[in-house]
Design a protein around this ligand. Structure first.
Ligand SMILES: [Zn+2]
Length: 192
């Protein structure tokens, strides 16, 4: 009975992997609701952000809050940079690669020093931020879109962290299985 929610989670991730595709694209959008729904509407952001939380829970200690906080902070900064620099080539591939890398880190339960973990979280966040800053219109619409996007990101990071703690309570193997599912989805995202 106790194992049910975890196996359900694993199943969900494999289901995610089977339909893995990038979201409909990074078209200009406005409004807090559009921004909020964006990371939830595509597997790439959704899985990467859940994986950051799951990985932070697996690392434990101070990494629990530092890794997600770094991801959210760097993503916001990268969005501002992307807004002024324009679309950087390869961001979608970078986002897909971040899903694969996070899945593998989780699957192999890689124990990294906090500094290295924070650096990696920051690098992954750059791709997610750049992609969205570039198309954000310099209007109130762009700002509310950004705020909505950041809100959904925070929610996904917290959900991943909660899932990670729950999965670990079942078995230390559970987060690793979820990691393999996420890595598989990352491969499909890269190939799509
Ligand atoms: Zn996007």
């Amino acid at each position: 009975m106790k194992k049910y929610p975890a196996s359900l989670t694993v199943l969900l991730f494999f289901a995610a992997a089977s339909v893995a595709s990038a979201h409909p694209g990074h078209s200009p959008a406005d409004g807090i609701a559009t921004g909020f729904s964006h990371p939830l509407g595509g597997w790439d952001h959704l899985l990467a952000m859940l994986a950051i939380g799951l990985w932070a829970a697996q690392l434990g200690g101070r990494a629990c809050w530092r890794v997600p906080a770094t991801f959210a902070g760097v993503m916001a900064l990268a969005a501002i940079a992307g807004h002024y620099l324009g679309v950087a080539p390869g961001t979608d591939q970078g986002i897909a690669a971040s899903v694969l890398a996070l899945g593998l880190l989780l699957a192999c339960a890689v124990r990294l020093p906090v500094g290295a973990g924070l650096t990696l979280a920051g690098v992954f966040a750059i791709f997610h931020g750049l992609a969205h800053g570039a198309e954000m219109p310099a209007t109130a619409g762009g700002l509310t879109y950004g705020a909505g996007f950041l809100g959904a990101t925070a929610l996904l990071l917290a959900t991943g962290l909660g899932l990670g703690f729950a999965a670990q309570r079942v078995s230390s193997l559970t987060p690793r299985l979820i990691g393999w599912g996420i890595a598989g989805a990352g491969v499909m995202l890269l190939a799509s």
